[in-house]
Design a protein around this ligand. Structure first.
Ligand SMILES: C[S@@+](CC[C@H](N)C(=O)[O-])C[C@H]1O[C@@H](n2cnc3c(N)ncnc32)[C@H](O)[C@@H]1O
Length: 206
């Protein structure tokens, strides 16, 4: 892996029509690079990580989401059921895509994409990140894929506003392909966002 990732095609893994899904190549690269003995994916969504892990022969990986399809695991209220040496986390980017009640099922109060405000979202994300970090084995890593976004001409940098839950080991830029904002021609000096951040935190002590 290098500090810039670019996958022009998203790959075959998971549901490509699950809104806000990610390319399976990110997860494939993480698993091949870090070679975890046990792998946990939270915010499993359209099953991208599940299918990548299955293809790589992981028989003990765990995939969780509030979406009832993945057992309705609630990142805010439920314990992390396993201790692993790699967690891949791809949370909602606040309300860029609203999940419960729109992508699946009924509206759920603890859906991070339904947080009451941006600050409420950041506070909740911080709580989840600490919980995930605490669940890791010493030496393990938490990889968080997260984007920036604009709403009503205001720029939100989630990676600037969130607390870092441990030692930042790598900050990787992932280029986005085929995003709507990259396709349009905008008037004025508008810079479309065509990248996301993959932050890798390492748990160094108990
Ligand atoms: C960006 S999507 C993940 C997409 C996934 N990586 C994929 O490729 O399909 C974010 C996910 O977070 C889930 N989610 C939102 N709030 C949650 C919570 N409190 N606990 C667990 N999952 C939650 C949503 O159901 C949604 O599936």
């Amino acid at each position: 892996m290098r500090s810039v990732l670019s996958y022009p095609v998203r790959g075959k893994w998971g549901k490509s029509d699950y809104r806000g899904n990610c390319s399976g190549y990110v997860i494939l690269d993480l698993l091949k690079f870090y070679k975890p003995q046990k792998f946990l994916e939270v915010f499993a969504g359209g099953g991208t990580g599940y299918e990548v892990a299955k293809e790589l022969g992981f028989t003990n990986s765990v995939h969780l989401d509030l979406n009832p399809q993945w057992g309705g695991w609630n990142a805010l209220k439920d314990e992390v059921p396993v201790s692993t040496d790699l967690i891949f986390s791809h949370p909602p980017y606040f309300d860029m895509v609203v999940y419960s009640g729109q992508v699946w099922g009924e509206a759920h109060d603890d859906d991070l994409s339904r947080a009451l405000s941006y600050q409420d979202y950041i506070d909740k994300l911080d709580r989840v990140n600490i919980k995930l970090m605490n669940s890791l084995r010493v030496g393990g890593r938490l990889a968080i894929l997260i984007g920036d976004y604009r709403r009503n001409a205001k720029y939100y940098s989630i990676i600037k506003d969130m607390n870092y839950p441990g030692t930042l080991e790598s900050h990787i830029i992932k280029l986005q392909h085929n995003v709507a904002s990259g396709r349009y021609q905008y008037r004025g000096r508008f810079v479309p966002i065509v990248h996301e951040h993959l932050l890798i935190f390492r748990k160094t002590t108990r």
